[in-house]
Design a protein around this ligand. Sequence first.
Ligand code: ADP
Length: 779
Amino acid sequence: MKTRKLVNKLRKELKKVKAYKEQMEQLTDQQLSGLTASFKERYEKGESLDKILPEAFAAMCEADKRVLGMYPFDVQIMAGVALHQGYLAEMNTGEGKTLTATLPMYLNGLTGEGAILVTNNEYLALRDAEEMGPAYRFMGLSVMAGVKRDEDDRFENDEKKEIYKADIVYTTHSALGFDYLINNLVKSASDRFLRPFNFIIIDEADSVLLDSASTPLVISGAPRVQSNLYESADFFVRTLKENEDYEVEEKNVWFTEKGLEYAEEYFGIDNIFAPEYFEIYRHLVLALRAHKIIEKGTEYMISENGEVALIDASSGRTLKGVKLRGGQHQAIECKERLELSQENRSMASITYQNFFSMFPKMSGMSGTIYDAKDELYDVYGKQVVVIPTNNPIQRVDCPDWYFSDSKKQFEAAIRLAVKKHDTGQPVLIVTTMIADTEIISHLLVEKGLPHSVLNANNAFWEADIIKEAGQMGAMTVATSMAGRGTDIKLGPGVKELGGLAVIGVGRMLNIRDERQARGRSGRQGDPGYSRFIVSLEDDIVEKGTDLEKIQKYIDGTKRISDRKIKRIVNNAQKINEELGSTNRKTSKDYDVVLQLERKLMYDTRDMLLDGGTVEKERLLRIAEDNVDLFLKENKELDVTTLNRYLLDNISYRMEKDSGYLNLKNRNRVKAYIMARVEQSLEEKKASIDSESAMNDFVRVSALSAIDEAWIEQVDYLQQLQAAVSGRSSAQRNLMFEYHAEALESFRKMENSIKRNIIRNVLLSEVSMDKKNRLHIILP
Ligand code: ADP
């Protein structure tokens, strides 16, 4: 639907809400909050939320006014409707997204099935839960925050149950995502804490849905046996020649045919793609990537204690405790000749794209989401609607200034900042990277200008500082991401001076970041000012530009027009945006296989956890599949192999009679093994006298078989992904190969689950104690 039509539709709903305004004003507090029960009743009787919306919104608006002292503006009510209807709402910064969310959250909270709001840091989640909480509680809904102030502080399982039972939950996208994975690793039904997903609003949706989307959530498990292939792979890669043995393009690198032949010769193997050499190949790809595309200084640095620390591109901070997956981290350590850190297995993983797609109803809001509308539609099937501002925007966004080198650029930024500062106007200088905040800070010190710099690794602290950035005479230096979501209120007398002046230094990674920076100023119709100052030495120019060609302009040996600088810098930004979008798509495509398998496995687990049984017939069929497979794999069967199979899978007891079998007669062999299976099963049953205990035992056996194989599979796919991405895109269709191999490994996993279920059932030691409790020792 066209945006204008959509906005008109929202206006119609707004009218209906406003029609109840006066009526709500007349109610006593008790009557107002009493409405919740009547709305709930109507919903339970089958009335749709859409029908209840006008009254419920009007009631919540009135509650917001009485409890929080703010009656939502018309545009906020419209945005609230859009959120309820599952749109992504673009609301300018400062328009009051926090208050807006109370309306759809309340309405959807009425179902009793839970409404969740996620945002991208703990600070915002806790702040919003605390500030908006009283209004929901006034209306009789329960509210919880799903995060703690200190991210290392964990909730107990029981606390999590409490949290997710609430009608309204404020949390972060990563806390919720991890909880989902953890919830599907529990060993008994009573440990589960999540309810089925119902409704979710994603705050700062572009940041959550796009910027976080190419890094999947991963839960690590047991340590992996350390491989000694890292060093030989590292050594080998150091001998390679570019464009001969491998090729690099953007953020991709792959071996050429020649390179692969060289590897085969070097490692003395015939076909590097053969399954038995998978590990060698995988380590080569990891080493190749570590050496050729993962850059020291921009993507990682060596910390003081000699560890590889990843750098967050947008904030420039090092990411605490985060490691690259699938052995990539170790390959970098090897390249840097550091001690290899412990590599852990992946137990569970999911991408945000797939995670959020599991909600029956999902919506989002952000100040800068329209620029990504096409991608959001493609990936999430979501439409963006631009909500008009409450007051006309007064901020003046001035045209960019262009410079050939960063020295001139920074000097100009300081001159502009000083000029604004001299009038008393507050100034916010926004840079693309942490390193640049330090340069700016240095230059300001030289001028004797006091200022605050935001580069702490702490959203709580940042929010405190950025709040003050609108006071008269304030000078603040920050990266574009710092303090996002925190309101900058203007101090007394600042409006008259023209509001907050935002000076952007450097072309940002994408247009959204730039709009986010400008949006710091001119909130709610306040006056404001913004200008970006860019140069050929901006970090982003490296992308998609031949640096040698522009060196002469940077050196000043040749002049360049502003128009040309603009073209180069904007082009680089565009390339970066496309690259980001491609990466996100790739990461989603990789997860597609996993998503199907994950659903199947999680559903099966749930069925078992919920007390579902595996009937005897089903068990026998599974056993039969195992036997068929065994016979297929052993065309020339001998007695030893048969006995080995019986011992490993069916019974620890040797029977003499297998010696008389005609091993050439497959049907006879099969019938014989199946008879042994039945016999063994009967013996188990006899040792557990009750039927329900037998069911419990089978259930535990199956669950354990599934988990063991599934965790193995998740880990394998993670590694496969790392390996496949190093194959030449010119020669092969990467995604096709990945999917084919993933499917094949899934089939193998199914077989190993089947085998392990039967093994667990037949070979476990089971006993009942005096209290009729089951004790199981799995084989
Ligand atoms: P956003 O997240 O959209 O940038 P916030 O939710 O931080 O904006 O709100 C910006 C400021 O506007 C806050 O100080 C909030 O208290 C105020 N505000 C929001 N809505 C209203 C309203 N309807 N009436 C009065 N003040 C409001």
